[in-house]
Write a protein that binds this ligand. Structure first.
Ligand SMILES: CC(C)(COP(=O)(O)OP(=O)(O)OC[C@H]1O[C@@H](n2cnc3c(N)ncnc32)[C@H](O)[C@@H]1OP(=O)(O)O)[C@@H](O)C(=O)NCCC(=O)NCCS
Length: 178
């Protein structure tokens, strides 16, 4: 198993991974939705605003993750982790946690201060995320499940309080995802 930082050339394999994983786990409609999201995000990978990392076994992709930049007026270095997928037959073997940890380490190397995600606290707490109050960092759009708003500091300091509402990359600028 190895990890690679991906570019736009991986659009097809990344899209089909997300579409098939989410179709299996959440049904056809969600599979189409997240497949489209992965397709749009991967067509604009620039390794700055949109970072994508893949896990490979031999030459096949078995996992992938996106990190996208959240922009604040104050210029804080904050990224959002979403979405992440591990191929159905490789789930539950530590691949997802290894991929997330690889990604977090990559962001640390780039001096990113904070990573945020929006998902199941019982899974993301395994890789260091804790519930995050919107009094500290607001979500770009209104959250339907505020208990899923999670964050972690990648420095020795706690997550700083930021007063303005961030903007996300345009692919996430849709209430459906929130
Ligand atoms: C969620 C996902 C990325 C985790 O990757 P993985 O390789 O299966 O996870 P790991 O083997 O590294 O970790 C498994 C641990 O997380 C837990 N876990 C896995 N998927 C979970 C989920 N959807 N919700 C809650 N906990 C989950 C398991 O109970 C397990 O705990 P344990 O190690 O204490 O037994 C993967 O299962 C997946 O792609 N699922 C479908 C798509 C999805 O839900 N993506 C996340 C939302 S964007």
């Amino acid at each position: 198993m190895n990890h690679k930082i991906l570019d736009k050339n991986s659009q097809e394999e990344v899209t089909s991974l997300f579409a098939s994983v989410f179709t299996s786990s959440e049904g056809e409609k969600e599979g189409r939705l997240i497949g489209n999201l992965a397709s749009e995000l991967s067509s604009r990978i620039d390794n700055q605003e949109i970072i994508c990392i893949g896990t490979y076994e031999k030459e096949s992709i078995i996992g992938a993750i996106f990190f996208t930049r959240l922009r604040f007026n104050e210029g804080n270095q904050v990224y959002m982790l979403a979405p992440v997928a591990v191929s159905t037959k490789h789930q539950g073997k530590g691949v997802g946690q290894a991929l997330i940890n690889y990604g977090l380490n990559e962001l640390k190397k780039r001096s990113v201060a904070v990573v945020i995600t929006y998902g199941d606290p019982s899974f993301y707490s395994k890789v260091g995320f804790q519930p995050l109050s919107e009094n500290i960092i607001q979500a770009p759009l209104k959250l339907s499940m505020p208990e899923g708003w999670l964050g972690q500091s990648l420095t020795e300091d706690p997550i700083p309080t930021v007063n303005d509402r961030p903007t996300c990359v345009k692919e996430f600028n849709d209430p459906t995802y929130w």
